[in-house]
Ligand binder design. Structure first.
Ligand SMILES: [Zn+2]
Length: 183
């Protein structure tokens, strides 16, 4: 898993679990996770995350997920492959709604670190969220992606692009003024 994928995973964990560790500005948490999960593919980690937060163990202990939980899940999965692969576990919709919120908070913090005053930083964060929403108001036409309205663009392995990036065709389509049907 790359640093970008680890960042995305941490955002997802934070959305599911408000007590999840706060990433530090030095990127220590991020590097630790990326290194601990270097041999775990992103799709597997995402599935492990979703399963963990639905598990009886989490309901009972409310312990935040740790890299070791994901590594163990991935190893078990390889050791005991499911006899019949069902539909991949979809992460709940609230993750996608929550990612907007988390990305806005990250953008705001980044702007403050870069020396913007808090009001300007909030405007920047709001602008980023609005831009994402605008881009996602149209479907992506890029053949390998074809993300539908409201869904993020995805990369080759079906993983959403990091930091809410979208394919060029989609950004161009979203930027075009909508055609009015009335004359
Ligand atoms: Zn796309």
């Amino acid at each position: 898993m790359t640093i970008e994928e680890a960042a995305q995973l941490l955002v997802m964990a934070k959305v599911l679990d408000s007590r999840f560790v706060e990433p530090d500005d030095g990127g220590f948490v991020l590097r630790l996770w990326s290194r601990s999960l270097e041999d775990v593919p992103m799709a597997a980690a995402e599935e492990a995350l979703g399963e963990y937060y639905r598990s009886a163990r989490y309901r009972e202990t409310r312990d935040s997920i740790m890299p070791a939980d994901i590594v163990q899940w991935y190893r078990d999965r390889k050791r005991y492959p499911p006899a019949k692969r069902g539909k991949p576990v979809a992460l709940p919709d609230e993750i996608h709604a929550g990612v907007d919120r988390v990305l806005a908070a990250l953008a705001e913090r980044k702007a403050i670190t870069a020396g913007e005053d808090p009001a300007t930083a909030a405007d920047i964060a709001e602008g980023e969220t609005a831009r994402r929403r605008l881009v996602q108001s149209v479907a992506c036409t890029w053949p390998p992606c074809k993300a539908s309205v409201g869904s993020p663009c995805v990369g080759p392995r079906g993983v959403p692009l990091s930091r809410g990036r979208a394919h060029e065709a989609r950004e161009a389509a979203a930027a075009k003024p909508s055609v009015s049907l009335a004359n």
